[in-house]
Ligand binder design. Structure first.
Ligand code: PMP
Length: 407
């Protein structure tokens, strides 16, 4: 719907004008102060309007704000070196994008260009962006029937997540491994594109069976298929490590990043790959983007990564996440509305019956807490800098809100 000349997307029951945002708090146009449990969907991981990042952007604005795509400038070179140094050593070159959608689209094109194959494996009910290619990876047909057809040669598998398959982790992984090999062994799959075993896009906070990343890495290598891991949501300390691929120490062929990359202070996405793949595809895949990696955005991204590493942000995310998960499980035990509470680091999900998500979001907002939901799941993504007492207060509001709902 449109409001104040802006077209919102279809699922924004919580839309309101932001008057101010700082640290772990948001203020509405009516001066209501809200604890934020969304980080703008995994963007402001270092707190809203982080002052150190703001200062870096201001300094860069006085130096140089733009470099055309057939050049590079110091801010871009510095960030490319810093980002690749934070990733496995094989991933040593970047393509410059403006966000997650574009980064994933570039990665898909690189995979087709590199392998000369056309098929791509994605996962059902996952989210990787709004381009036709990204939509073809994971959208359910019912979501996209009004804009069909999507791109041909995309194959969608089911994630081996016990919360989705309804079977044990071991059984889910076994079934998945057989299905995957059946598809890969034909030798015509260019790439598998997946999140890093914690499904953050599309709201379900689904966690795949342990071993998932290891299986797809081994299988993709065996059959000459590239592995692309989308860390747009999981990256930058969100899940208890700087990047979620560290969970199983897996090195993909391509990793895509956006969202938390600049803490919201710059429009930027990244495709990081091996120099071998970069060299072989830069021309064939046409990796151009007029606004990819503006020096302003790079200044924000540099400072963001520097703070994550300096403060070992992932350690706090892990400790706070463990605390939040245990507290939520205790406070919500036996509540008939709640069917599951799961998560990794500070990416937490509460599965609800009766599609109660938007009702909880509305009521929580009245009680001073801002949340994100997708129908049957609340997705909790507090800023990682949140103070422990504020986190506890937010959890309390959430538990009280859920307990008061009668459906
Ligand atoms: N991948 C994942 C996992 C995402 O959650 C999102 C955004 N929600 C995207 C890609 C797309 O990123 P962007 O909105 O920056 O295009």
């Amino acid at each position: 719907m449109a409001k104040n000349h802006i077209i919102y997307n279809g699922y924004s029951p919580w839309m309101f004008n932001l008057k101010k945002a700082e640290g772990s708090y948001l203020w509405t146009q009516d001066d209501q102060k809200l604890i934020d449990f969304s980080s703008g969907w995994n963007v402001t991981n270092l707190g809203w309007n982080n002052s150190e990042i703001a200062e870096a952007v201001v300094a860069q604005a006085k130096t140089n704000v733009y470099a055309p795509m057939w050049t590079a400038d110091a801010a871009q070179n510095t960030y490319a070196a810093q980002l690749t140094a934070a990733l496995p050593k094989e991933l040593d070159v970047v393509a410059r994008a403006t966000g997650g959608t574009e980064a994933n689209e570039m990665a898909l094109k690189m995979a087709r260009a590199y392998t000369g194959r056309s098929k791509i494996i994605g996962f059902k009910d996952s989210y990787h962006g709004q381009s036709f290619g990204d939509l073809s990876l994971g959208y359910l047909p019912s979501y996209v029937e009004d804009i069909a057809p999507l791109v041909p040669d995309f194959i969608q598998l089911d994630y081996p997540s016990p919360d989705r398959t309804g079977t044990s982790a071991a059984e889910s992984l076994d079934i998945f491994t057989t299905q995957l090999e059946d598809v890969l062994k034909k030798g015509d799959v260019a790439a598998i594109l997946t999140e890093a075993g914690i499904i953050t896009g599309w709201g379900s906070v689904s966690i795949t069976a342990p071993g998932f990343l290891t299986v797809i890495r081994k299988m993709s290598e065996k059959y000459g298929t590239l592995l692309i891991v989308d860390e747009v949501g999981t990256g930058f300390s969100r899940c208890g490590s700087l990047f979620a691929i560290q969970t199983e120490a897996v090195t993909p062929d391509i990793i895509t990043l956006a969202k938390g990359i600049a803490n919201g202070a710059g429009v930027i996405g990244a495709v990081v790959t091996t120099s071998n793949i970069g060299d072989a595809t830069y021309d064939k895949a046409k990796l151009t983007s007029t606004f990819g990696w503006t020096p302003l955005a790079c200044a924000a991204a540099q400072k963001t990564l520097e703070i994550h590493i300096r403060d070992k942000m992932w350690e706090k995310a892990k400790a706070d996440g463990d605390y939040a998960l245990a507290t939520l499980r205790q406070l919500l035990a036996g509540n008939p509305l709640v069917t599951d509470i799961r998560g990794k680091g500070m990416e937490l999900g509460i599965a609800l019956t009766n599609n109660a998500g938007s009702q909880v979001v509305e009521n929580a907002r009245k009680n001073g807490l801002h949340l994100a939901e997708t129908g049957d799941t609340l997705q909790l993504m507090p800023p990682l800098t949140i103070e422990r007492n504020v986190l506890a207060e937010g959890i309390d509001i959430l538990a009280t809100t859920i307990a008061a709902i009668r459906i």
